[in-house]
Design a binder for this molecule. Structure first.
Ligand SMILES: [Zn+2]
Length: 412
């Protein structure tokens, strides 16, 4: 059994593309990029990149990090150096959710199960809303889950500003979802938020997932400073918005949560990010601090039985990075090997390489660990009442089918 623990199948209609690009690249560049991508999509041409290069307009504050920090693996600098990958990424997201799933299953033909993580952008973006709202995204995800007959194990996106935790309970117990996805850079921290309602919803979530359960419902949380998207909302008294929102994903925010809910099952996704790992591989870790998130994640993994990480969006294993990366990673994870998961982060990782190459590179980098990372580690992470009971019940209610793919989750 091989499991891709972190992928995405929502399409461009499910995310506010313009707001998202603006948050990543600045108001001017992000807005233009969005317009050009729409034009490029219309005629299927990719020559718009020449226009992009020549009409490139500086929105300096927002772009500075993207241009100067080579660790940013989806920044403007990376985009200009890898235009083909950016087009591949955008075109991948233009297809229907069903097409994205079918293509992913076909390309990763030795993976058996997939864990697609939803995205909730409803409270994160100003002046830009998705064509397909959150409820519709959820409905499509439920259809796809039913059709996949146990091979697709989706995580429900939760933004504590958007809805109470009853939505999570319904998603897990009746709608086929087996875990929860949190994306703090959308504008909330895992704990320590000023708004009491947001804090209350988060505490309710952790209680629901962990309390009284020998196998808690798993939560996957974005935990990378070197890539990913942020809210585009202006925050009062804040100058550097990208850094402000990125910092909300910092692993240290989880210390307080885990002090209260010690058995919470958590995947701190990306292990700090591909940029941090590229640098660690080539020059060693920085002292603990702002751009060394991996050591904080590692400490949480060592201190808490149910804290995991994944190597999603780490499709950088080429050239001189490859050997150095696997050496640095294996050295770092000594003692917590059983809590490292693999995820393709497809189709976000279309920015890095094709899906076949992504898996091939990991097989070659970790020949002795690959089976455990995609196998028993992932099964342990995903095993809960949701995979044992709720998802089988959901599938039975939809198609009367008992999936053999869910058998590994039955025994503790
Ligand atoms: Zn992801």
């Amino acid at each position: 059994m091989r499991i891709d623990c972190h992928c995405h199948v929502f399409n461009n209609d499910c995310i506010p593309v313009k707001g998202l690009l603006q948050s990543r690249f600045g108001i001017v560049v992000g807005g233009r990029l969005s317009d050009w991508l729409i034009d490029a999509g219309k005629d299927g041409a990719i020559s718009f990149l020449d226009a992009f290069r020549s009409r490139f307009s500086m929105d300096f504050d927002s772009l500075l990090g993207s241009l100067t920090d080579p660790s940013e693996k989806d920044g403007i600098r990376y985009l200009l150096e890898h235009p083909g990958q950016f087009v591949r990424f955008f075109l991948a997201g233009k297809r229907s959710v069903r097409e994205i799933v079918a293509d992913m299953i076909e390309k990763a033909d030795d993976i058996d199960l997939w864990v697609p993580l939803m995205m909730d952008t409803q409270s994160a973006y100003e002046g830009s809303s998705p064509l397909c709202g959150f409820d519709e995204q959820k409905r499509i995800m439920m259809e796809v889950t039913a059709e996949a007959r146990g091979r697709v194990l989706p995580f429900f996106a939760y933004d504590p500003r958007s809805r109470p935790v009853e939505a999570v309970r319904a998603a897990i117990e009746h709608e086929g979802f087996v875990g929860v996805k949190l994306y703090p850079p959308m504008g909330f921290k895992p704990c320590g938020n000023e708004e009491p309602a947001v804090e209350g919803n988060l505490q309710d979530l952790y209680e629901y997932c962990a309390a009284g359960r020998s196998d808690p419902i798993p939560i996957a949380a974005h935990c990378s400073w070197s890539d990913g998207v942020t809210s585009n909302r202006k925050a009062h008294g804040v100058n550097k918005h990208k850094e402000y929102y990125r910092e909300m994903a910092h692993p240290s925010h989880w210390e307080g949560v885990l002090a209260k809910h010690g058995n919470l099952k958590l995947n701190l996704a990306h292990f700090g990010g591909a940029g941090e790992w590229e640098r660690r591989a080539l020059t060693g870790p920085l002292p603990a601090g702002k751009k060394n998130w991996a050591d904080t994640i590692l400490k949480l993994m060592k201190d808490h039985e149910n804290v995991y990480t994944d190597l999603s969006f780490h499709g950088i294993l080429v050239g001189n990075v490859r050997k150095a990366y696997s050496r640095a990673l294996l050295e770092t994870i000594q003692g917590v090997e059983e809590k490292v998961l693999l995820g393709s982060d497809w189709y976000m990782s279309a920015l890095q390489c094709g899906l076949e190459d992504y898996w091939l590179r990991f097989k070659e980098a970790f020949p002795n660990q690959f089976n455990d990372m995609t196998g028993r580690n992932a099964v342990r992470f995903l095993r809960s009442e949701a995979t044992k009971t709720f998802l089988p019940d959901f599938l039975a209610s939809r198609n009367g089918y008992q999936s053999k793919y869910l058998e590994p989750f039955r025994d503790s």
